[in-house]
Design a protein around this ligand. Sequence first.
Ligand code: MRU
Length: 346
Amino acid sequence: MVSAVDAAIAWRNDRIICIDQTVLPHEVRHMNITTVDELIDAIVRLAIRGAPMLGAAGALGVVLAAVQAERSGWSGERLRTEIDRIRQARPTAVNLEWGVKAVLPALSRGIVAAETTALETIERIGAANREIGNHGSAYLMTLRDGPLRVQTHCNTGALACVEWGTALGVIRSLHERDRLAHVIVNETRPLLQGSRLTCWELAQLGIEHQLVPDGAGPFVLAQGLVDAVVVGADRIAANGDVANKIGTYGLALAAHRERIPFLVAAPESTIDRATPTGASIPVERRSESEITHVAGYRVAPENTRALNFAFDITPWDLITAIVTERRIITDDLRGAASGTWGRRPA
Ligand code: MRU
């Protein structure tokens, strides 16, 4: 049994078992994924989503493809093609490719070696989240005395991260330390990861929260109702620009205007030194119907065209700090691709 807030993905009997995130909060449905096509379908329709979780899916995807290759008698070339299809299933979160690359070298030693490496990779993802939570909460607690009111965007909890969470992990760590007042959750149009998933996770954890429409996010900040904004990331360029769920940039602009700390919480695996700035990050564009329809119901006139960027880029100078499992990166220490930026948390 995979528990929702403890470990949202597992490998059992040559299959990936995970929660179908598209049917939450109405139903906790577990999927049994046995083929590459099923895995790609789950990633594309966001049944499996969130950057670290995509890393886990990439890692297990290599094992799944190898098992299917053995079962179906695929050639080595076919296996490589199928693994490449997994790697490319979604373009923005660099973690998907990272997860594939973490396991690929072990595959030359056989399926068991690949499986062991994949499971170790997933454990590392979980452990990193705990550290991000520790560092991020410690950093926020230095900014102000007493319980903090935190705003977040999209879903960055166990569902998105295997366990604990990144931005939501920071929030959970604050809660654990009795330093969290409550959470303002942006609903996250168009697929509602905030309302469907984050509110569901927070409710399970007994953390007080309020849902706001995305458009209200900046006004909530201007009303003085928030002490810090904490979000996740899908890819961090070498200069510190951050790709995250569409709507993040607007929230960062507002936080900057209102002088409210804006934290990005992400594992080191989300930092892509090969991408110099946000301008070179591939931003996924999804189907127009995700905007023109809500839960299958048309909410725009027939033939209305829509522009559906799944992510946006927040320039580094709007970000107060990037918190990873190893360090806290602040703009005074940002040394771009030198590999030396950031300091170790105290
Ligand atoms: O399209 P999604 O739901 O995969 O987008 C997810 C996000 O943008 C998250 O904020 C990001 O992956 C960080 S998850 C810890």
